[in-house]
Design a binder for this molecule. Structure first.
Ligand code: SF4
Length: 379
């Protein structure tokens, strides 16, 4: 394998990056201050070189994608996060709630492509009890036993637990028993109270999010972890977020993938804010790869970054570009101009043109072996 490090040497004229490069090459952990120095530096090629060094050490030339379908059973939400264009109050214009049959039908309508994963998240509905969602999961598992159910953010889990008057642990156990295979990792936003009190003050706080993830991992549910960037947070907030994720991961090893989510301001109360720039989009991928030394995967989620930036990110630390999605609602309500979904062939082309080797994976990163109409998973 020809790695970037073998092809050319690390170079920078930014003196702050040289000691960081020494640590990266020696396999040492980066500190909070190292993370800040990375964000302060404008030498994106040097930062990218380092992130790519780690990325290729872990995954060689492989870049992962999956064939999945998003399902958002309801957009009705008791919270009113300022970051959000998706959630609507009950009985207001544009609000919707699917019945169980409608959820199962929506799942079936994407099944012709033999999806390996359903990604299921939604609003915090005031009237739908935990039992409704347990039935939803049981029904999906019954109908699609081969498909991995990646469902419920930590925020939804905490809300369902409160409504059912159960502990987080008991709620997660019930969800797991009903068919949930892993958690998608949304709702993390930015952990610091200062930011959270402005963008999502109705949500669980950062420590509750981390604790819910910790408990999920302890009972054998893997999860992803997200960070919403590009709004009112600063470099310190972003590094604080990554360090807190790293600390939980040291204990549980339950996070699979980090996903940086670019903030889309349209149709939110924060729509006066500008959209993220390409520089920040790429840098947050590279910094995450360098700081999250115990995370196996860093995802460049094409829906949020655009397929073009996601493709470039595969050279700046990312090893995954997510999946076919089929129908995305949450970021499109907030003005995302990306397609609602991509075909399997589109993802393969994006990855191959970045000079990486496309590997279709299931949610647990096992290679998928596909025939015309079905698939098996390598073990
Ligand atoms: S971000 Fe989630 S919890 Fe907040 S309003 Fe939107 S759907 Fe509700």
């Amino acid at each position: 394998m020809s790695t970037a490090a073998a092809r050319h040497e690390f170079q920078t004229d930014d003196s702050r990056l040289k000691p960081i490069a020494d640590k990266v090459l020696a396999g040492e952990r980066l500190t909070f201050d190292d993370g800040l120095a990375l964000y302060k530096s404008g030498d994106i090629l040097a930062i990218g070189w380092l992130a790519n060094y780690i990325r290729e050490k872990l995954h060689g030339n492989i870049a992962y994608f999956n064939v999945n379908r998003h399902i958002n059973p309801t957009n009705v939400c008791v919270a009113a996060c300022r970051l959000c264009a998706f959630g609507k109050k009950k009985d207001t214009e544009g609000s919707y709630s699917m019945s169980l049959e409608q959820v199962w039908e929506a799942a079936a309508s994407g099944y012709t492509e033999a999806v390996t994963e359903f990604h299921i998240v939604g609003g915090l509905h005031p009237d739908l009890p935990l039992e409704f969602f347990l039935d939803m999961m049981r029904g999906l598992k019954e109908r699609f036993p081969q498909v991995h159910l990646k469902a419920f953010t930590m925020v939804e889990v905490a809300f369902l637990a409160k409504r059912a008057k159960l502990s987080i642990r008991d709620t997660l156990l019930k969800l797991k028993e009903s068919g949930v295979d892993s958690l998608p990792g949304g709702g993390a936003e930015i952990f610091t109270d200062r930011v959270r009190s402005i963008i999502c003050d109705h949500k669980i706080d950062g420590s509750q999010w981390l604790e819910t993830a910790r408990i999920a991992h302890q009972i054998g549910l893997k999860s992803n972890a997200t960070m919403l960037y590009g709004h009112i947070e600063n470099d310190e907030d972003r590094i604080d977020h990554l360090v807190k994720l790293r600390e939980v991961q040291d204990d549980t090893h339950g996070f699979q993938t980090y996903i940086g989510l670019a903030f889309h301001p349209d149709n939110t109360p924060l729509q006066h804010l500008p959209r993220t720039t390409g520089m920040l989009d790429i840098k947050q991928i590279a910094v995450a790869r360098l700081m999250l030394d115990n995370f196996p995967h860093i995802k460049a989620y094409w829906q949020m970054l655009t397929p073009k930036i996601a493709q470039i990110a595969l050279r700046f630390g990312a090893d995954d570009i997510d999946g076919t999605v089929v129908e995305e609602k949450i970021y499109h309500d907030a003005g995302a101009t990306t397609p609602q979904g991509l075909r399997r062939q589109d993802l393969i082309r994006l990855i191959a043109e970045a000079g990486r080797e496309p590997v279709e994976r299931d949610t647990m990163y096992r290679p998928v072996i596909r025939t015309e109409t079905s698939f098996t998973v390598a073990v």
